[in-house]
Write a protein that binds this ligand. Structure first.
Ligand code: SAH
Length: 395
């Protein structure tokens, strides 16, 4: 929320050195890598056969799964109704966790952000958002970095390093779930963290299947939102997978000229192809598509942009999610003025479109995409970001 700007976050992490491997003091020292298979990377049916091969009853696999998802176990040791020998065998052969929490921040509105270090010392972020009805949303990453290089986004400034595995995606949800109190319920998943989800669908789809399974996290598929820069092939694949997820397309501009400057990936795609794929998504799933639009003061927030956006979306079942820019250190974009924002909304509403303005949560904990990782990981500054606003204005 805006009221939190300027207030200090409470961090329960030692701030002295939380970036070993990146900071000068630790540079060159390799982190210890645990190479055992990650439990969460192994599809659940395979656990049944694993048990069968050892002459164990198949309910042992059910118990294991229950401990991981509902029992919130932190270690194999804690799985108290599994025989001791089995717990030892699991510990000796598998990792329950593949990541390490290197920073944890909590904002006054209850938003929590984790900076995770993966087994290969790469870092990603994930966020827990709370509402006032004891419901919580997890926001998860799908890649280390991002190849889309949207000029206002902290995640893509250094490009993409690699895709996350299915296990690494599930693990983010589990780590955040473990931060909930007994009264709170994990109700939504938004795939809006670092990375482009549709560029890593092979790992993401099985992870979301686990999230939405009653044997997994039990979150209804309709409460899972996948946010994409707009990769038409990925949108079609998702539509054909027939899984009822909510699709959000990050449009940010009503025409290719402006979008090419804000979202460089658009140069090889074009808005027309994205809209065609999004229409297909609606036809196949019956689910209204959300169009996200980050408002950058003086860049894409004028009434003429709103009018063109209205033209583009009129006749399409849609929701427009306006996101006032969340400042990123080193980038010179600014938030829209309150009056500019109001007028933008008015134009869209007069055209009969459904509009939502995103409330700002966790502002003081760098809750926007990739910000915490940048601040704490000493990622080199390319310099391109500094001129972001100028580049976006250029014709
Ligand atoms: N690659 C996906 C997920 C990105 S993050 C996508 O493009 O949709 C989810 C949303 O946050 C995107 O709409 C993204 O453009 C937006 N975003 C990124 N940085 C932001 C910032 N600094 N302020 C506001 N929104 C931002």
């Amino acid at each position: 929320m805006d009221d939190y700007i300027g207030k200090k976050p409470t961090a329960d992490t030692a701030q002295s050195c939380i970036a070993p491997g990146r900071c000068n003091k630790h540079r060159g020292k390799k982190p210890t890598v645990n190479t055992l298979p990650h439990l969460l990377d192994i599809p659940w049916p395979q656990w049944q056969s694993w048990c069968a091969q050892r002459g164990l009853p198949s309910y042992r696999a059910v118990q294991l799964r229950h401990w991981v998802f509902a029992g919130r176990a932190e270690s194999f040791e804690q799985m108290s109704d599994l025989p001791k020998r089995l717990r030892h065998e699991l510990s000796a052969n598998f990792r329950l966790w593949s990541t390490r929490i290197v920073a944890h921040q909590r904002a006054e509105d209850g938003t929590e952000k984790l900076l995770l270090e993966l087994a290969d010392a790469q870092r990603i972020e994930c966020v827990l958002l709370r509402d006032d009805r004891q419901h919580a949303t997890v926001c998860i990453s799908t890649q280390v970095g991002c190849a889309m290089r949207c000029v206002f986004c902290a995640s893509g400034l250094e490009g993409v390093v690699r895709n996350l595995t299915t296990g690494e995606i599930i693990e983010q949800m589990l780590l955040l779930q473990r931060r909930l109190t007994a009264e709170e319920r994990l109700s939504h998943v938004v795939v809006m963290g670092m990375g482009e989800p549709l560029a890593n669908l092979d790992a993401l789809l099985p992870a979301l299947e686990v999230a939405s399974s009653p044997h997994g996290l039990g979150i209804s598929a309709r409460r899972v939102t996948i946010s994409t820069v707009g990769l038409p092939e990925g949108i079609r694949r998702l539509a054909d997978a027939d899984c009822q997820y909510h699709l959000a397309v990050s449009l940010h501009a009503p025409d290719d000229d402006l979008r090419n400057r804000l979202v460089p990936a658009n140069r090889n795609i074009g808005i027309a192809a994205i809209m065609e794929a999004a229409d297909y998504y609606f036809q196949r799933t019956g689910r209204r598509v959300t169009y996200e639009y980050v408002l950058l003061g003086g860049v894409n927030d004028r009434q003429q942009h709103a009018r063109r956006l209205a033209q583009l979306l009129t006749g399409r079942p849609s929701l427009i999610n306006l996101i006032p820019y969340n400042p990123v250190a080193g980038l010179e974009f600014r938030r829209p003025s309150p009056l500019g924002l109001r007028r933008f909304v008015e134009v869209l509403e007069r055209a009969g479109l459904a509009v939502h303005v995103r409330r700002r949560k966790g502002a003081e904990i760098d809750a926007a995409c990739g910000q915490l990782r940048r601040r704490l990981c000493d990622v080199p500054h390319t310099g391109s970001g500094k001129t972001g606003q100028a580049a976006a204005r250029r014709d």
